[in-house]
Design a protein around this ligand. Structure first.
Ligand SMILES: NC(=O)c1ccc[n+]([C@@H]2O[C@H](COP(=O)([O-])OP(=O)(O)OC[C@H]3O[C@@H](n4cnc5c(N)ncnc54)[C@H](O)[C@@H]3O)[C@@H](O)[C@H]2O)c1
Length: 407
């Protein structure tokens, strides 16, 4: 199905940027919110993105005006009667999302595709709440949407193949890299990031290292940004709501550390709140050392050791669990992490499976077992990793690990 016109519901952080991306590709887009001030702010942001292109000599003023004219702002569903795809980007709350799709169901053309930009909620559940589960799909953009190339495309249990194909082509027409991911909580990138972020926070909580030390070492090894500065940039409230969903769904190995919750409760939500793991100028919030002390009194674990592997191996192990569950192919898992998080080793882009192959799967397994003995079940190695080692698929050194290497 060809997409001629799109709609975006919710003009906040993500919705406004998604509308910009769509207009940039030359398609008309209707952007709806419930608050005129947010619509105006969204349009200002879109204007700013285009203006920067003009300032850098990458676009002329006339083209900018043409692109901006493709965006229609609205507080009502009046402009939604002739849309081919609607992307929902309202807050991460299943009841709200279901209500929005039920409203859209009565207004949009029968053939229109319903897409959700949810970070971790169930696409199948949203589909089941509508009269068109075969047309419901996840299309998960990453922040900032006008920069990040990755788009996760997530079919629900009842999504038709035609819907998947249409959304993949649509994402390509937006100049994105779509990766189709089987539905699971957190999909691929957030699911893999969660145990990594949790472990970094736990290292801070247990006094293993400071946020600065952790960020410096992790960024030096394999990420463009350390986990704690990344959490501050994403917003700890957003990260917390994803962490909660993943803990409910996967259990103990995704349990968020107490310090994470204490930071959220203290309003240290990251950069936007002026304070998070780092200080950004807000006064009057409880300090990080006070919150660490509080968390330690409640949890009793102290004196553990920090290492980059302690944070990265849970991410690699989660990637192995995704392979076990056929969430995506090995190549797609690595591509998604490279395009969605900028994962790399030195200057080379590399995904978690390629990285494990370079480390040697026997070494990865041995280290996970050691962490499991020292720190507990959250480090239990994936069965598929054990199987690979038994089969002597030990990684790059033998030409075959999670990926295959030409001789
Ligand atoms: N912020 C991120 O980094 C990020 C990244 C990827 C995905 N997401 C997901 O995208 C979605 C939106 O997140 P966000 O950060 O843009 O949230 P946000 O709070 O910045 O924006 C949500 C917007 O939806 C509007 N809204 C609420 N109810 C509405 C309704 N009934 N109709 C129309 N508009 C309505 C709000 O006024 C607000 O402007 C969430 O599901 C989130 O998990 C966020």
């Amino acid at each position: 199905m060809y997409i001629f016109k799109a709609g975006v519901v919710g003009a906040g952080t993500m919705g406004a940027e998604i509308a910009q991306v769509i207009s940039y590709s030359g398609l008309p887009v209707v952007l709806k919110d419930i608050d005129q001030a947010i619509l105006d702010k969204g349009m200002q942001k879109i204007h700013g993105i285009y203006q920067r292109r003009v300032d850098r000599g990458k676009m002329d003023l006339h083209t900018m005006e043409e692109k901006l004219a493709l965006i229609e702002l609205t507080l009502s569903y009046d402009g939604f009667k002739d849309l081919d795809v609607i992307i929902e980007a309202v807050p991460e709350n299943i009841d709200l999302k279901v209500r929005v799709f039920q409203e859209l169901d009565g207004i949009c053309p029968e053939g229109a595709i319903f897409a959700s930009n949810t970070s971790a909620l169930s696409i199948s559940e949203m589909g089941a709440a509508t009269q068109r589960p075969e047309k419901m799909i996840g299309i998960h953009f990453f922040f900032p949407a006008h920069v990040m190339k990755l788009v996760e495309v997530i079919p629900g249990l009842d999504t038709a193949q035609d819907t998947v194909d249409s959304v993949v082509s649509f994402a390509e027409s937006l100049r994105k890299i779509p990766v189709v991911v089987k539905e699971c909580p957190g999909f691929l990138v957030n699911r893999l990031l969660a145990p990594f972020l949790n472990e970094a926070v736990r290292c801070v909580q247990e006094g293993a290292a400071t946020p600065e030390e952790i960020d410096k070492q992790v960024a030096g090894f394999g990420m463009p940004m350390g986990p704690l500065v990344l959490s501050d940039a994403l917003g700890l409230d957003v990260a917390w709501s994803v962490a909660q969903t993943l803990y409910t769904e996967y259990g103990e190995r995704m349990r968020p550390p107490r310090l994470f919750q204490l930071l959220v409760e203290a309003g240290r939500l990251g950069e936007k709140a002026g304070a998070g793991f780092y200080e950004y100028g807000a006064d009057g919030k409880e300090s990080l050392p006070v919150l660490i002390e509080k968390a330690r009194r409640e949890t009793t674990v102290t004196g553990s050791e920090f290492s980059v592997e302690r944070c990265l191996l849970p991410l690699i192990n989660e990637a192995a669990l995704c392979l076990e569950e056929n969430i995506a192919s090995p190549a797609d898992i690595d591509m998604a992490m490279m395009a969605g998080t900028g994962m790399r080793r030195g200057d080379r882009p590399i995904g978690p499976l390629g990285l494990a192959d370079e480390m040697g799967l026997d070494a990865v397994l041995g280290q996970l077992e050691e962490f499991q003995r020292k720190y507990g079940e959250r480090f239990r190695p994936a069965r598929y990793l054990r199987l690979k080692v038994k089969a002597k698929h030990l990684g790059k050194k033998v030409g075959k690990g999670f990926l295959e290497y030409a001789a």
